[in-house]
Design a binder for this molecule. Structure first.
Ligand code: IFM
Length: 463
């Protein structure tokens, strides 16, 4: 079968692909607050570390900020209509902490909570399940100024914030997540400084990771106390598995390091320990762990959110004395972020997670691809066969993992909308819906039409 056979928006899904997915499998799409909402100065929202970082010259592509983004704050009803036309069963969004608590702690901004209440109610009215992520990287600036994730107080503040949100929305939202990708929060934000708050000190990374995990553990009981019976509470981690192009000891060593990096957060969450050797790999000291921390962190979760986009391939250099990442794998397709398209990694990660930790359930909370979209400025069609092929092949890989026993309950594309891709600004497009940023016009891409058609066929197959 050629790419074009299955990327046509009206293509019929392969029968075996539909069969892989159990009844009540959730098909959704995801976004995050700073990447889509805009309205950064409206209705009492306080600044976050991303407002500050993106306003700092040289930090983001052409100085792009999330000030307007996809204007979802004002256009969420239009966006929910798009979700409906895409046949989505769920929408994963994140809440902006500083919209709700402008100082991170203290006085609650009711207007911020009201916005999320309107969003949730509008989703429910369309029979689209809301999935709320409490933290997707936009820490209130006021907390950063007091030390941010380097301080245990921030973990406590996060738990207080979680309770405030759960008290307001807990009667309606079934799916809850504490964090999105702690790995990125710690490593990219504090270690290599390419994300807010932009610190470049590897020695800080273990403490940040630990405090984020601690905040998750502290928030779990606070959430459970205020969410409806049957609500599902979890966390999302990102995984980029390492593979070896050969079996040289140096290659196996690199693959081992990548495996420990992938365990950095999952081992504490499921086993209550950090992976042996991980901090030594980073060349830094482990975090200070107080009595009871690991027990809190490993409080059972209802589901694990899994984000996977690519893999890393390692290969020995000429004399075999060392190995490094292969920058261009022969025959592989790369996305616009230079991420290798490698669907087997999705299957392998899910099967590994299932065998290693036996999570009650896993949800793919993000998967998708940045590709350049050509729009002629007037038509209402965007042809993006590469993105469609990516989604098709990764969905198939999820199906294969299910066939091998992994318990996966849902899949969310990243992303519903083209949006603010952090340091890359608006230069990278992940959406199933194209946004013409100057006019905010929305156009469903062929990949979105394909996904809608696939979900429709899944539903027909179930009934
Ligand atoms: O846009 C991001 C998202 O915020 C977190 N996961 C990866 C996506 C693509 O880079």
């Amino acid at each position: 079968m050629s790419i074009l056979d299955h990327t046509h928006p009206q293509a019929s899904a392969d029968a075996d692909l539909l069969r892989y997915f159990p009844k009540d499998f959730v098909w959704g799409a995801a976004t995050s607050s700073y990447q889509v909402e805009g309205a950064v100065n409206e209705d009492g929202r306080g600044p976050s570390i991303w407002d500050q970082f993106s306003a700092t010259p040289g930090k983001t592509y052409q100085g792009h900020t999330g000030e307007v983004a996809a204007d979802h704050y004002h256009r969420f009803k239009e966006d929910i209509a798009l979700m409906k036309s895409l046949n989505l069963g769920a929408y994963r969004f994140s809440l902006s902490w500083s919209r709700i608590l402008p100082q991170g702690t203290g006085a609650v901004n009711q207007a911020g909570l009201d916005f999320y209440e309107r969003l949730v109610d509008a989703l429910l009215a369309q029979d689209i399940a809301p999935m709320a992520t409490l933290y997707h990287w936009d820490l209130p600036l006021a907390l950063h100024e007091k030390g941010g994730w380097l301080k245990r107080d921030t973990a406590q503040a996060f738990a207080d914030y979680a309770e405030i949100v759960a008290r307001r929305l807990g009667d309606r939202v079934t799916w809850w997540q504490t964090h999105n990708e702690p790995w990125c929060i710690a490593y990219q934000g504090y270690g290599i400084g390419i994300h807010a708050p932009g610190l470049k000190d590897m020695s800080l990374v273990p403490t940040v990771g630990h405090n984020v995990l601690l905040s998750h553990g502290l928030a779990m009981p606070r959430l459970r106390a205020h969410v409806r019976p049957g609500a599902q509470v979890g966390i999302t981690l990102n995984f980029t598995p390492g593979y070896g192009a050969d079996e040289q000891p140096s290659t196996l060593a690199e693959v081992g390091k990548a495996a420990r990096a992938d365990r950095w957060f999952s081992d504490p969450l499921f086993k209550g320990v950090y992976p042996d050797g991980f901090f030594a790999d980073l060349g830094v000291a482990p975090p200070l762990i107080k009595d009871g921390d690991m027990a809190l962190i490993s409080t059972p979760i209802d589901f694990l959110g899994v984000n996977n986009y690519t893999r890393t391939l390692f290969q020995a250099t000429g004399d075999g004395s060392r190995s490094k990442k292969v920058d261009l794998v022969q025959g592989s397709l790369y996305t616009d972020l230079h991420w290798e398209v490698y669907p087997p990694a999705m299957r392998d990660v899910l099967v590994w997670l299932h065998k290693e930790y036996a999570p009650k359930m896993m949800l793919i909370t993000e998967n998708g691809a940045a590709f350049v979209d050509d729009w002629d400025g007037s038509s209402d069609h965007i042809h993006d066969p590469l993105r469609t092929a990516y989604l098709h092949d990764y969905i198939r890989a999820v199906g294969e993992a299910i066939q091998q026993g992994a318990s996966v309950g849902g899949y969310f594309t990243w992303s519903l909308l083209d949006n603010y891709e952090w340091m890359d600004g608006y230069s990278k497009r992940f959406g199933m819906v194209y946004i013409d940023f100057p006019t905010q016009r929305r156009i469903i891409k062929d990949s979105g039409l394909w996904y809608a058609n696939f979900i429709r066929q899944y539903k027909m197959h179930q009934s």
